[in-house]
Design a protein around this ligand. Sequence first.
Ligand SMILES: CC(C)=CCC/C(C)=C/CC/C(C)=C/COP(=O)(O)O
Length: 226
Amino acid sequence: MPSPRSSPSRRAAPVPSPSRRAAPVPSPSCAAVALRSLLAADLRVSRRLGVCAGERSAWGSARPLLRLLEVSGHGVPWLAGTLYGLGRSESPAGREVLLNLLFALVLDLVLVAVVKGLVRRRRPTHNKMDMFVTISVDKYSFPSGHATRAAMVCRFVLHHLVLAIPLRVLVVLWAIIVGISRVMLGRHNVTDVAFGFIMGYMQYNVVKYFWLSPLNAPALFGAWNQ
Ligand SMILES: CC(C)=CCC/C(C)=C/CC/C(C)=C/COP(=O)(O)O
């Protein structure tokens, strides 16, 4: 007669030899716990604020307006507008500013793509991926490219265009609203936008440091000014 199989519960547990005992699991550091709590709160708050994430969301009827704002901070219209301005500009000073704006916009696209590719944070699950023209890294959400561009362009415009105070206020408001709309549309979490604003603000410092002028890039301007 075959002998009955012993059930797993009846089997004697193997006793690990002292040398093979599992190493104690280190408890997470305070910083790791704080970061995890911040990210959990970020997800919770961002989901609540995503009131225009879909047509059926609480403020779904405002979605077309926010999508218009999305286009206003998108890379394509900014690049196209700057190239168009460069082609039409007749003053050397205007060309210098526009050439540096072009440099700033390309720098922004590259830096955002690098950080998105390194961090690889997925967009919020409530986001509907119906964005106007995206590149592969745009499946990731950290940082918000719209927030970096809005903050950088805002600083650029305030430094290089002579504008009346109401217009200056409007430029700042536009940048802030573009950032907020990213969370309302469900495209981003709050931390993506907050970091995007900081990164865009600092990117302008890079543009200022490497400012292209006829003195440091004579070949670039010489060909043009002939
Ligand atoms: C010439 C060339 C490669 C242009 C690329 C312009 C382009 C597709 C930019 C992407 C803009 C975009 C969808 C950024 C994503 O913004 P988030 O705020 O959603 O991160």
